[in-house]
Design a protein. Structure first.
Length: 297
C-alpha cells in the first residue's frame, strides 16, 4: 500500500470516529435550541478558533477573490444546505435512524457515478446496491407503518436525510473537481465563515441568535455539543474527510461512511436510551447484506 493511500485511510478513520459520534452528541442539544441557532453557534466558534490560521496562511493558500467566491458558492451547498437538512431532520427523527440513513450516502455516490459519470456496475454490485437501497427505504418509511410506536422515528425527518444524501453525493463530485488545487484547510476555514453568516440569517425568523446565545449555551447539552462539533465535527472532521477523499477515489473514500453507525448506534442505544424497531432491524440486515455483496472486492 502506498504512503498516500495509508495517509488517506488514517485521515478517514479519524473522520469516521468523529462524525460517528456527532449525531448522538447533537441530538440532546436540539431539545434546547433550534437547528439553525445550534449551527450558528458551532460555526461561529469554529470560525473564531481558525481565524488566526486564515490570516497567517492567506497568501500561502492563494485566497484571492476568485477562489473565495468559488469556495463560497460550493459551500452554500456542502455546508449550509446539507447541514441544515441533516440537523433539521435530526430534531424530528431518532439518532439511530438518522445515523443509519446517513451512513448509506455512498450508495448515492455510486448512483451519481452511474447516471452522471456513466460509470459501469457489475451484476453483483447492482444486487448489493438494490438490497442496501431497499433496507434504507424500509427504515425511512418505518414511521408510517409504526405510527403509534415509540420505537419509530419520523417519516419527514427520514425523508430529509435521504434528500441530504442525494445532495451530498453531488457535492462530493463537484468538490473533487473544484478543490483539486485548493488547500483543504483553506476550504474548511472559509466554509466556517459561510456557515456562520448563513445560519445567522436563517436563525433570524425566530429572533436574533445572539440574544439566545447566553441562555442556551448555559445548557450543558448545548455547550458540550457546540464545543464538540466546532472542534471535532468541523475543524477536525471536515478537514480529514476532504483531505482523505482528495487522496483516493471518491467512491472508495465514501465507503468509510458505512462504519459510522458502528459508533453511533451503540452510543444512541446506551446514552440516549433509544430502541430499535423491528423494521429498523430488518433494514439494518438488508443494508449489511447489500454492502457485503456490492463491496465484496
Amino acid at each position: 500500500m502506498s504512503p498516500k493511500r495509508k495517509l488517506a485511510y488514517f485521515l478517514l478513520i479519524i473522520n469516521t470516529i468523529v462524525w460517528g459520534l456527532a449525531i448522538p452528541v447533537v441530538k440532546p442539544a436540539l431539545s434546547f435550541t433550534t437547528p439553525e441557532r445550534f449551527l450558528f453557534y458551532r460555526f461561529l466558534l469554529a470560525a473564531l478558533i481558525t481565524f488566526p490560521f486564515l490570516v497567517l496562511n492567506w497568501k500561502k493558500w492563494k485566497l484571492n477573490l476568485k477562489t473565495i467566491v468559488k469556495i463560497s458558492l460550493l459551500e452554500l451547498i456542502g455546508t449550509t444546505l446539507i447541514l441544515w437538512l441533516l440537523y433539521y431532520s435530526l430534531k424530528l427523527t431518532s439518532a439511530v435512524e438518522a445515523s443509519l440513513i446517513s451512513s448509506v450516502s455512498p450508495l448515492f455516490v455510486i448512483l451519481t457515478g452511474i447516471f452522471i459519470l456513466k460509470e459501469k456496475e457489475t451484476k453483483r454490485e447492482w444486487r448489493g446496491l438494490i438490497l442496501a437501497l431497499l433496507g434504507t427505504f424500509i427504515i425511512s418509511v418505518g414511521p408510517l407503518i409504526n405510527q403509534n410506536s415509540h420505537l419509530s422515528g419520523n417519516f419527514l425527518g427520514n425523508a430529509l436525510i435521504l434528500l441530504q444524501n442525494i445532495i451530498w453525493a453531488g457535492y462530493l463530485v463537484m468538490a473533487k473537481k473544484t478543490y483539486r488545487k485548493v488547500s483543504m484547510l483553506a476550504v474548511t476555514t472559509v466554509s466556517f465563515w459561510i456557515g456562520t453568516i448563513t445560519f445567522f440569517i436563517l436563525s433570524l425568523p425566530s429572533g436574533n441568535p445572539l440574544a439566545f446565545l447566553g441562555p442556551e449555551i448555559m445548557q450543558s447539552q448545548v455547550f458540550l455539543a457546540v464545543i464538540y462539533m466546532a472542534i471535532f465535527g468541523s475543524i477536525i472532521g471536515a478537514t480529514t474527510y476532504l483531505a482523505g477523499q482528495n487522496l483516493i477515489e471518491i467512491s472508495e473514500a465514501s465507503l468509510f461512511t458505512y462504519l459510522q453507525p458502528l459508533i453511533a448506534i451503540p452510543v444512541s442505544l446506551i446514552f440516549l436510551h433509544e430502541n430499535l424497531a423491528p423494521l429498523t432491524i430488518l433494514g439494518i440486515i438488508l443494508i449489511f447484506i447489500g454492502v457485503v455483496i456490492g463491496e465484496k472486492k
